[in-house]
Design a protein around this ligand. Structure first.
Ligand SMILES: Nc1ncnc2c1ncn2[C@@H]1O[C@H](COP(=O)(O)OP(=O)(O)OP(=O)(O)O)[C@@H](O)[C@H]1O
Ligand SMILES: [Mg+2]
Length: 379
């Protein structure tokens, strides 16, 4: 007999903060979660039904883990997609589909995909090594990106002029035109097995000037209705062209002339959707659950304007984490603190986030900065 989703076991590759917030949603539907993560102290370790410590990139480890699950999903892209392929062939439901994870693992194939499908993106050249970058010096100013395994800004560098060519990446990557953008926004879209699709409202991301991590996020994005609609359309085009089941975060640039360019995509819950837990009718985590389990998708509307502040490990502190300023922050109305259960802090490690709800967008900005200066993760 076919199982319905209430009887299915869901396996997640990766047991960090995304998995942790995902489990918080799954609990409401009595869904059992199994987790695979290399870290014995992963944030999900003590809150899942079954925890396996092991490598996400090793074929046998991923395959054996998946054998005991009905549905398998990811919270990180760097996983063994051959093992996922084999599991899918044996009838396991693997979402996002393994070939899509593989495509997204490499920024080079991602960019080619946008180009082939007519999805707007910054002009680029593929480069196999440092010499290839140097040979294309006429393309500067540009952003040099590693194809694989770059994240949180590592593997991305700006090459403004010939003087910067010396630091070009030696490994396969690409050169992308440096975009003088007006804003960075993200739209999270989702698709379920029945072909239903939905987009969350666009959010605006503000990056940490040196750490290259999202520092603040504001929802809704301060953009015109026209640009908002265009951004949603592009994000939906991406998920439809991929024919992907699950949730997909689409990072985009809004140029000074109002153009939308896709920067990169992530086929999983994403930092740009953390506020949805409190600020939207359905959170991104529940939406991902609904999508991969074949449930109906939920309404994505914003209940209230929101800001999100990432709590990064304070520079200069490494060791057992201590949260400073928590009481003061918690005394404020509409402040929601999320700590990720990481025992050890180090500079710029993502240790938690705070969502702030406020009807007044101007006040939101002020309050976000205040929370940022109030809460410090030290050791
Ligand atoms: N073509 C570009 N022009 C201008 N700025 C860019 C360009 N590409 C990337 N950036 C800047 O660098 C940041 C990081 O780039 P990208 O998102 O490609 O890397 P990443 O390391 O995968 O990021 P993350 O994991 O933080 O999302 C972008 O958010 C943007 O601020
Ligand atoms: Mg990015």
């Amino acid at each position: 007999m076919q199982k319905n989703y209430q009887q299915k076991t869901l396996g997640i590759l990766g047991g960090g903060q995304l998995g942790r917030m995902f489990i918080q949603s799954a609990i409401n539907y009595n869904i059992d979660i199994h987790i695979l993560d290399p870290d014995f102290n992963a944030p999900c370790k003590s809150i899942c039904q079954e925890f396996t410590q092991g490598s996400l990139t090793d074929y046998d480890t991923v395959y054996n883990f998946g054998k005991n699950c009905d549905v398998i999903t990811i919270e990180i892209e760097n996983v063994n997609t051959d093992a996922l392929d084999a599991l899918a062939k044996e009838g396991k439901e693997v979402f996002p589909q393994p070939h899509i994870i593989k495509l997204i693992q490499d920024k080079r194939t991602q960019k080619e995909f946008y180009q082939n499908k007519g999805i707007p993106t910054a002009e680029f050249i593929l480069t196999d090594n440092k010499n290839a970058v140097i040979a294309n010096k006429n393309f500067l100013p540009a952003v040099n990106k590693l194809g694989k395994e770059g994240y949180d800004g590592r593997g991305v560098q700006v090459l403004r002029s010939e003087a910067d060519l010396d630091k070009a990446f030696e490994a396969p990557g690409l050169l992308e035109k440096l975009i003088d953008f007006d804003k960075e926004i993200a739209v999270i879209v989702s698709k379920n097995q029945h072909g239903e699709v939905k987009a969350f409202p666009a959010v605006e991301c503000a990056f940490h000037p040196t750490a290259n991590l999202v520092e603040f996020l504001f929802a809704p994005a301060e953009i015109s209705e026209d640009i908002e609609n265009k951004a949603k359309e592009v994000a939906l085009q991406v998920i439809q062209e991929l024919d992907m089941v699950g949730i997909l975060a689409v990072e985009m640039f809004v140029t000074k002339t109002g153009e939308i360019l896709v920067n990169e995509i992530a086929p999983r819950p994403h930092n740009s959707g953390h506020h949805t837990i409190e600020a939207n009718i359905t959170s991104q985590f529940e939406q991902h659950l609904r999508a991969v389990m074949g449930m109906p998708l939920g309404d994505t509307s914003l209940r209230s304007p929101a800001a999100m502040v990432n709590l990064l490990g304070e520079d200069g502190f490494t060791g057992e984490a201590y949260v400073e300023g928590l009481d003061e922050a918690m005394s404020e109305k509409g402040v929601y603190v999320h700590l990720y259960g990481k025992k050890l802090t180090k500079p710029f490690r993502k240790m938690g986030h705070v969502t702030i709800l406020d009807d007044n967008p101007e006040k939101l900005k002020e309050r976000a900065h205040k929370i940022k200066s109030l809460i410090k993760i030290k050791a």
